[in-house]
Design a protein around this ligand. Structure first.
Ligand code: PHE
Length: 489
């Protein structure tokens, strides 16, 4: 077999796949909270500046790298200097590990989708979520307690991911993103429209945007803004370079990048209005100040929202299932992108068919994800997430900026970004990639380490040590293994 690199058969497929990766939990459960708790309307300023000065320039770097090398990340770094192949494996492995728990959250959501038709979470959604569903414990013995409904939901989701991913790029990720993303947008529009007409909705969205200008003097808020947009646009996890490597010649990277950024940021902005309208409704009917109701993450979608749906009467049987299906669609398209960097890496180096690689990876991923379907799952998930997304991923971004900015030809990458661009980027882009972005990420990284050390329990430290070992050993093994011999043409 010879190395074949697939290509998107249309711009639309690429854009939908990119939007599919970008729109995920970060937009639905993270952004509204981050916006509210970091200065409300005033947060939009550091957020907008981060988009323009950091996220979009870095997005272009990932685009240009993928488009230039037209190969997997390990191969790309190997071509910069052979010793860097290991960095490519490191960056590709992180999203795969993240996938093993990200999919568990989607599995919970899938269960809630069914529950939402009859408020199956009962009158105490908090108790239902932590005890009845998750059997949540922080004791190691929880590992022996496999929760069957979660396991069942996981099996279905892994089958869906496998079914889409094992097909060729255009028949799989391309085709399904073109269906799922427009559907997601339409359904979310309906949810937001219903939400803003609820009594008390304005209490929520006006509080959301109420600007607290003093907050922009806090440097921490600037780091939060940069972290949010980087996460939301799926940057730094190798996904963007991998998807961009499938672009055919003659594509305008700048135009594509701008469309994806606007779609992603527009989506999270409107979702935030919807989420806060729903919270505003609760504040109104229960006469509770909004600040007591605002939460993020699992607390928002699996506890606060079900509690609100319990109060809402007949309308909740419409808005509830629609909301949970949005999370499901957003989650599935994101998980597809998390599998792609390592799939391409392995099939490229060892010349194994995509079908076989995705099948093996889905089986391995499923087996790992079972640990998150146990009573200890929720505790482990939090530790994995804190460590991987605050520490490992940011480390990868810094390495990528340094290697591509300093050791590769950054002027060549700038030329690639500028090809067919509606406007040209100047040398300031090189400066951002070489200096500003790594420095900001270094600050974010240091901030993350301080937090990790501050709340490091023994279990957390043990798990983090284990992840570190995996993140070193697996890339080293994959680097050392000789590639499959190429047929000469
Ligand atoms: N952008 C995704 C979200 O908002 C998260 C993600 C980050 C996915 C990086 C892939 C790569 O949920």
């Amino acid at each position: 077999m010879t190395e074949q690199h697939q290509e998107w058969n249309s711009q639309l497929a690429f854009i939908m796949a990119m939007i599919g990766s970008a729109i995920g939990l970060g937009n639905i459960w993270r952004y509204p909270y981050v916006l509210y708790s970091n200065g409300g309307g005033a947060f939009l300023l550091p957020y907008f500046i981060s988009i323009v000065c950091m996220a979009v320039p870095y997005l272009f770097l990932e685009y240009a790298a993928g488009y230039n090398f037209k190969t997997s990340l390990p191969n790309m770094f190997r071509r910069v200097q052979s010793k860097f192949e290991v960095v490519g494996w490191f960056i590709s492995l992180a999203p795969f590990l993240i996938l093993t728990y990200y999919i568990v959250i989607i599995a919970w959501d899938f269960i809630y989708f069914f529950l939402s038709f009859y408020h199956g979470w009962g009158s105490n959604p908090n108790l239902f979520f932590t005890e009845t569903l998750l059997h949540s414990t922080s004791s190691i013995s929880g590992l022996g307690d496999i929760i069957l409904p979660i396991l069942g939901s996981l099996i279905v989701l892994w089958l869906i991911i496998w079914f889409i991913s094992h097909k060729d790029l255009n028949d799989g990720i391309g085709k399904y993103s073109k269906v799922l993303i427009p559907s997601l947008m339409i359904i979310m529009a309906v949810v937001v429209l219903i939400a803003v007409t609820l009594p008390g909705a304005s209490i929520g969205y006006s509080a959301l945007f109420n600007p607290k200008w003093y907050s922009i003097c806090d440097p921490h808020i600037w780091l939060v803004a940069a972290g949010q947009i980087i996460f939301s646009l799926s940057l730094g996890w190798g996904v963007v370079s991998t998807y961009a490597s499938y672009l055919p010649k003659g594509t305008s990277l700048v135009k594509n990048g701008i469309v994806v950024t606007i779609a992603n940021c527009g989506f999270e902005f409107f979702t935030a209005i919807g989420v806060f309208s729903i919270l505003g409704y609760m504040s109104f009917v229960q006469d509770v100040p909004l600040r007591y109701l605002v939460t993020e993450g699992t607390g928002l979608i699996f506890v606060a929202f079900p509690s609100i749906f319990n109060e809402m009467g007949v309308l909740s049987y419409i808005i509830g299932p629609l909301f949970f299906i949005c999370v499901l669609f957003a989650g599935i398209t994101t998980t597809l992108s998390l599998l792609e960097p390592i799939t391409l890496g392995i099939s490229n180096k060892f010349l194994i068919e995509r079908k076989k690689v995705t099948t093996a990876l889905c089986v391995i991923g499923f087996l790992i994800s079972i640990i998150f379907a146990t009573g200890l799952g929720n505790t482990l998930l939090t530790i994995f997430d804190n460590f991987l997304s605050n520490f490992i991923v940011i480390f990868g971004i810094i390495l990528e900026c340094l290697i591509l900015g300093w050791l590769y030809n950054i002027d060549k990458l700038l030329d690639i970004v500028n090809t067919n661009a509606p406007f040209k980027l100047g040398k300031w882009w090189n400066f951002l990639i070489k200096f500003i972005i790594p420095i900001v990420f270094f600050a974010m990284w240091a901030d993350g380490i301080i937090k990790l050390i501050a709340d490091g329990s023994t279990v957390a430290i043990a798990v983090e040590a284990l992840i570190t070992i995996i993140m070193i050993i697996v890339p080293v093994i994959l680097t050392r293994k000789p590639p499959a011999p190429r047929n000469s043409k």
